[in-house]
Design a protein around this ligand. Sequence first.
Ligand code: C5P
Length: 236
Amino acid sequence: MILALDFSRLNEALEMARSTARWVGMFKINIHLFTAAGPDAVRKIGALGPGIFLDLKYHDIPNTVAGAVSAASELPNVRLLDLHATGGAAMMRAGAQALAQSSNTRHPKLLGITILTSLEQADLRRVGMSGTPASRALSLARLSKRCGLDGIVASPKEVRQIRRGCGRDFLIVVPGIRPHGGPSRSDDQARVATPAETIRAGADYLVVGRPITAAADPQAAARAISGEIAAALQAS
Ligand code: C5P
């Protein structure tokens, strides 16, 4: 389980991270906390033990993305980085190449964002994208693999077909997790599933944010979700 630490203040993020670390495999820092607290957030949260998914979703010209990937790969304890697959093949290849040339021998793995879990078919049409979220996500996952990326980020609804299309060794990281018993559609996420359903579909990592960070008792929520994941893994 990757816990999304979407906070404006580093102290709040650190407090949440310390109190839930025993149930968490990695902490995720996205543009929210990174914009507020910068690389200091990566250093301080990374020092707690579980590694960091630095979720900055790069999307720019190839040279700029290569520079950003290279700089991020030098930060301590970063295990995953990501960029938008819709940024194109040249951009993805430049990012992968920057990592391959990194002086950090334990450099992070690079993921492509396929289609954001908040988007539905009508949203894609409005920005000129044809097809369903599932078909777009699969073709972007295949392109990410061809460009040398280590894996992708996709919604729970696309995990099964991406696993089939891209193979066992390709990392599939999945946000849009909403635990058993909760509403099937909540907040701004559109394409969601429970932790157990997502594990059964073949995901490698589940990204969970508000179901833990906004819970009345975050520790109890983290314990329950990690228990659901463990039970699903055991049964599979
Ligand atoms: O609170 P919630 O569980 O919805 O958090 C999901 C996290 O995953 C957020 O930090 C968001 O930035 C991130 N994310 C996402 N969809 C993607 C990639 C990342 O929701 N495609």
